[in-house]
Design a binder for this molecule. Structure first.
Ligand code: GLN
Length: 604
């Protein structure tokens, strides 16, 4: 796909391919003969889209980039306390292979330098019939989202030449940091460094960390959030060894480098970045990898200080229900009451992630509502993640409202926030559509400010607003001509295109009218309740039913059928005329209300 991001990455790749500083790693003979011009950039989003430019499928050994993932497995296996007893979380300021252990305890400074990495490897035990190394390899594969494997030639070469690491392993044994024979542990460490990856793999491994431990493509929960938080913290302060200070200043992302020329960087919640290019700088980091990371951080605002600013207000809109009535047809008196008191019900529409900043903006808006607001509807349908902190803040805000006699209700598709609040002992109303929430608020307003104005559950046609202009005896006569019909929830009562089928009077229950929307969707127009009519608009030779009418729960209607209407026109033309005058008077009022509500309903 010719996307702006891919074009941007191509420009950076072309520009930095000309960077010729540094030399490929030569301490491991099998790694010496690599092409120094190999250069790939991969950027993976937290939802799994991977942008690739250059040699992103060229395989190379993961080397020290393996360390955070083995450290993650040890943390997941043993928990932080047990791991911290063996390896600290402090930056050493030393190079990756420094023989540096803490005075006295011998505890390595962190798990990113070789001493700490050997320790982390020693903390992983075989289990479930899988050896230590098989579990380590399976963990890397889960992070990459594909089966990875060891390059035996590189492993053998490093096992033969890795004297410094071997010395470190026995030194750790002498301090009791490694408690068993260090030889197999050192071999497993060499094996983990010899696992083959490409830049795409690393970008997805980084994106899994960015995605709180869940693989963005497979959706597998690879690592728990607490361990992700610890691994990224240590990568931030120690991942680039004695270049860590300069890295966090100029790039600002948790990262890990490897001497084969790979670099992996993570922007939590957003992206995983990987670069592969063999020539290394004096710190053992890929020269082009550092240059690409600095450019992308600057150009795309990936530095954690900038990225944190995305936690701006989560509020998309605040308005009262006079701007968005429920669509229920009410009597004139009820409509007047709602017009007068609608400002007492506020709707707050939110979007994005409700982490601390988003939740804070919502809670602040709740505290700033005018004193005469009685009900608040929080529309969360455009909200993505709601953190535990946000739930706790919302619960306290709900308490604050309740203490002042007010209530908070939610519109959300799965009801997760209301369920979370219930777990904290708060009972809050939750609806799946905004109109249902607003109807509930309107009824509360009518109960509170309009006494018995809330419509009764059952209205016979003779008592309906539509027949109110008629003489009561005439209305009753018409009702006696009607057929009784009942429908269950979801039944389609009338379809678009049907010929006139009579005038339907709703006795109890609710129906919902809708019209075909874009790409096969349905656009809800209105909800009609007891005492209301539908179907009369299709009267006339060339007219058809223009809306779909569906039962919203159990519904009882009485129908003045087309045959009965024809019979009435013959037997009592005066009453027939009065009936149509009454219905058309009511129908025009309804058309006007439909249009007003449809304009509001469209995006409901
Ligand atoms: N920084 C690195 O990638 C070093 C890895 C190498 N296998 C070593 O242990 O020395």
């Amino acid at each position: 796909m010719d996307s702006p991001i891919e074009n941007y990455l191509r420009r950076i790749h072309a520009e930095l391919a000309g960077l010729k500083d540094g030399k490929p790693y030569s301490a491991i003979p099998a790694m010496a003969n690599v092409n120094p011009d190999c250069f790939g950039i991969a950027l993976a989003t937290a939802d799994g889209y991977v942008y690739e430019v250059g040699d992103t499928r060229e395989e190379f050994s993961i080397q020290s980039i393996s360390k955070p993932f083995t450290y993650a497995l040890a943390l997941a296996d043993l928990g932080m306390e047990a791991v911290d007893a063996k390896v600290d979380v402090e930056p050493s300021g030393d190079s990756f292979n420094e023989i540096s252990l803490a005075e006295g305890t011998g505890r390595p400074a962190n798990a990113m330098i070789n001493a700490g990495a050997l320790t982390a490897t020693s903390l992983v035990k075989g289990s479930g019939g899988r050896s230590r190394f098989k579990r380590i390899l399976d963990t890397y594969s889960a992070f990459a989202g594909r089966d990875l494997d060891v390059n035996q030639r590189i492993y053998t070469s490093e096992a033969r030449s890795g004297h410094r690491n071997t010395a470190l392993g026995y030194l750790l044994r002498s301090f009791g940091i490694i408690e068993t024979d260090p030889a197999p542990i050192i071999k497993d460490y060499f094996r983990q460094c010899s696992v083959m990856v490409n830049a795409r793999d690393l970008a997805l491994m980084a994106a899994t960390l960015a995605n709180s431990g869940r693989h963005p493509l497979s959706g597998d929960e690879v690592l728990d959030l607490a361990s992700v938080e610890r691994v990224l913290s240590v990568m931030t302060t120690c991942g680039m060894y004695d270049d860590a200070g300069s890295w966090i200043s100029s790039v600002g992302m948790p990262a890990k480098s490897g001497v084969a020329g790979g670099i992996l960087a993570v922007l939590p919640g957003q992206v995983g970045l990987a670069v592969y290019s063999p020539p290394l700088d004096a710190h053992g980091n890929s020269v082009r990898g550092v240059a690409v990371s600095q450019r992308l951080s600057h150009d795309l605002g990936l530095h954690f200080v900038r990225a944190a600013r995305t936690g701006r207000s989560a509020i998309r809109a605040i308005y009262d229900i006079t701007a968005a009535p429920s669509g229920i047809r009410r009597t004139d008196e009820a409509a007047e009451i709602l017009a007068e008191h609608g400002h007492r019900v506020q709707v707050i529409e939110l979007n994005g992630d409700l982490l601390f900043a988003g939740a804070e903006s919502m809670v602040r808006a709740l505290t700033e509502l005018p004193d005469d607001v009685e009900l608040v509807v929080a529309d969360l349908r455009s909200v993505d993640e709601v953190s535990d902190v946000a739930i706790r803040l919302i619960a306290e805000a709900e308490d604050m409202l309740r203490r002042s006699g007010r209530e908070l209700a939610f519109v959300e598709l799965e009801g997760t926030v209301a369920a979370s609040l219930q777990e904290l002992g708060r009972e809050t109303a939750s609806f799946t559509t905004r109109s249902a929430a607003i109807e509930w608020c309107e009824n509360r307003m009518l109960e509170g400010h309009g006494t018995e104005l809330v419509l009764p559950d059952t209205i016979e046609p003779a008592d309906s607003p539509a027949l109110s202009p008629l003489d009561p005896d005439d209305a009753q006569l018409l009702q006696d001509m009607m057929e009784d019909r009942t429908y269950d929830d979801g039944d389609v009562v009338r379809r678009v295109g049907q010929r006139f089928g009579g005038v339907f009077f709703i006795v109890s229950g609710q129906i919902m009218t809708s019209i075909p929307g874009p790409d096969g969707s349905r656009v809800k127009l209105a909800t009609l309740g007891p005492g209301m009519t539908f179907g009369e608009m299709a009267m006339g030779e060339d007219r058809r039913q223009e809306t779909t009418v569906k039962a919203s729960g159990p519904v009882q209607v009485k129908v003045l059928t087309a045959d009965a209407i024809d019979e009435l026109a013959e037997q009592d033309p005066v009453l027939s005329m009065n009936l149509w005058k009454a219905l058309t008077q009511d129908a025009y009022a309804r058309v006007e209300q439909y249009l007003r509500e449809a304009a509001v309903r469209i995006h409901d």
